[in-house]
Write a protein that binds this ligand. Structure first.
Ligand SMILES: Cc1ncc(COP(=O)(O)O)c(C=O)c1O
Length: 492
């Protein structure tokens, strides 16, 4: 009996001219989902198999690997008769998760964990978690949390503590984000919880939401999970990875209801100038789009540049801005984030009611975490010195940028912010068809873990992401191994 991957590959080769892209277009699935089915990392649900079957004139059971329709498992079970023996039911993941992928913690990481469990020492350049790289939280934050623990044993207001929201409101004032009252602020267990919550509250089945390519994949996953279609607009490597406004315009359809920006960006480290933001606002105005702006890295900007919140440029429209302390205050484990509604909310009362409902349903976010927001956002910002010449983040960025550009076949745009770099592989020089395989081979051969670009929804196998949080010596070792590995590596 054939497996699902073989069946999908058969359809791709016989009915789509061998192109996964054509298969994705015909079925309305994302390229990422199709690639997962082909690689055998995921399987379509029965519903999706039905959709595929309809497009290609086969049966859903055949898509799922059965020889004959009769092979399919019964869809409904009656109570067994006494003494009757039946095979045990298998529990699939829910159909809501169909097409939802999050490879930041995917199969390559599974292999890395296996290697680690076998005592292999791995250099991890894959996850933006400052603490393991000796970026400690400021003492003041830790002491304040301890001090507040007794007072934060109970639930708080579902949107968060007064003191935390007041501090966020004042932060918004400093960032010139207009029309933010206490009621417009929601604290969350990291920005992650609020991204998922906002998408659940906003997206209807079939809605199209524009988001960057490459992206932070939680956004794509959350839109999918909410029943929407993520539509990726291109960020232009030749233009410092700024969003390509023409591409955004080309991708707007009558079903487009929102646009996501990630500024500063993960994985490119790009900081968007005001002119680019203004053009995005213009598009949002013209097509009546809700703007979602992920600004979790806004306090990690280098070279004296200044972060501008897109919300500050659109008082006449509603904008939802996300932020948190995971990165700027190196407390990713405390899970502290927030979401702010700003601008003109007249036309979004229904959406806001939905957000309030979802916020109440989770009761509240971690209250000890909320209790340090006021301390974190006021006064001296310890992150600033990491970002100046001589500071760790600055020096590590300088190092990685040069080291990558010195490797034959690689090039990279210099990041302005955050702690990621997204190098390009010249496929004419280094022969790669499958970037996940390349990252896996590099891991196995050289014990360095990176993230393939396609995991960040980049559409070609010619990029990867490095997190440059490790110290310079470690980055030096990693880039030496990368140079050695790529000097002989070829997939064909
Ligand atoms: C762009 C972006 N947004 C959101 C998050 C999630 O942050 P949090 O720890 O606040 O959930 C991350 C984490 O890496 C990120 O890179």
């Amino acid at each position: 009996m054939a497996n699902v991957s073989e069946r999908i590959q058969q359809l791709i080769s016989e009915q789509c001219g061998g192109s996964q892209q054509v298969f994705a277009e015909k079925t309305g699935l994302t390229k990422g989902s199709v690639s997962q089915y082909v690689n055998g990392r995921n399987e379509p649900s029965k519903k999706t198999a039905g959709k595929i079957a309809e497009v290609f004139g086969v049966s859903a059971e055949w898509v799922l690997g059965a020889e004959e329709e009769a092979d399919a498992a019964p869809a409904v079970r009656t109570s067994p008769n006494e003494g009757e023996k039946r095979p045990m039911r298998t529990f699939d993941k829910s159909q809501k998760l169909d097409g939802v992928c999050y490879d930041v913690r995917g199969p390559v990481l599974d292999e890395a964990n296996r290697m680690r469990d076998n005592g292999v020492d791995i250099i991890k350049l894959n996850i933006g978690n400052p603490k393991p790289f000796k970026f400690d939280a400021p003492d003041e934050i830790v002491v304040d949390m301890i001090y507040n623990l007794r007072d934060t044993e109970g639930y708080s207001d579902s949107k968060g503590l007064f003191s935390a929201r007041k501090a966020i409101m004042q932060y918004c004032q400093l960032k010139k984000i207009p029309n933010v009252s206490m009621e417009d602020i929601y604290t969350g267990n990291g920005a992650s919880e609020l991204i998922t919550m906002a998408m659940q509250g906003f997206v209807n089945n079939g809605d199209e939401i524009l988001l960057p390519m490459p992206d932070y994949p939680l956004w794509t996953a959350s839109i999918k999970l909410a029943g929407g279609n993520p539509v990726h607009y291109r960020c232009d490597e030749q233009q410092n990875w700024y969003p390509d406004i023409n591409d955004i315009r080309k991708k707007i359809t009558p079903n487009t209801t929102g646009i996501v920006i990630i500024n500063p960006n993960n994985p490119t480290g790009s900081l968007y100038p005001e002119e680019v933001l203004k053009q995005i606002v213009e598009v949002a105005r013209e097509f009546d789009l809700m703007v979602f702006s992920d600004e979790i890295y806004d306090r990690l900007v280098m070279d004296g540049k200044k972060h501008v919140s897109i919300a500050s440029l659109m008082p006449d429209r509603m904008c939802v801005t996300f932020n948190g302390l995971s990165k700027s205050h190196r407390i990713a484990g405390y899970r502290v984030g927030w979401m702010v509604l700003s601008g003109n909310k007249k036309n979004a009362q229904g959406f806001i009611t939905g957000l309030n409902l979802l916020s109440s349903m989770r009761l509240c976010s971690n209250v000890p975490g909320q209790s340090v927001i006021q301390t974190a956002l006021g006064g001296y910002q310890s992150a600033d010195e990491l970002l100046l010449p001589g500071g760790r983040l600055y020096e590590q960025r300088e190092f990685i940028y040069k080291a990558i550009n010195d490797i034959p076949g690689l090039s990279a745009v210099k990041p302005d912010a955050a702690f990621y770099i997204f190098p390009k592989i010249d496929l004419n020089k280094i022969h790669i068809k499958d970037d996940e395989q390349m990252v896996l081979d590099f891991l196995k051969q050289k014990r360095v873990l990176m993230l393939q670009g396609t995991a960040m929804n980049w559409d070609k196998p010619d990029h990867f992401r490095i997190v440059y949080l490790p110290d310079r010596r470690t980055l030096g070792k990693a880039t030496e191994r990368l140079a050695e590995f790529l000097s002989t590596y070829s997939q064909y």
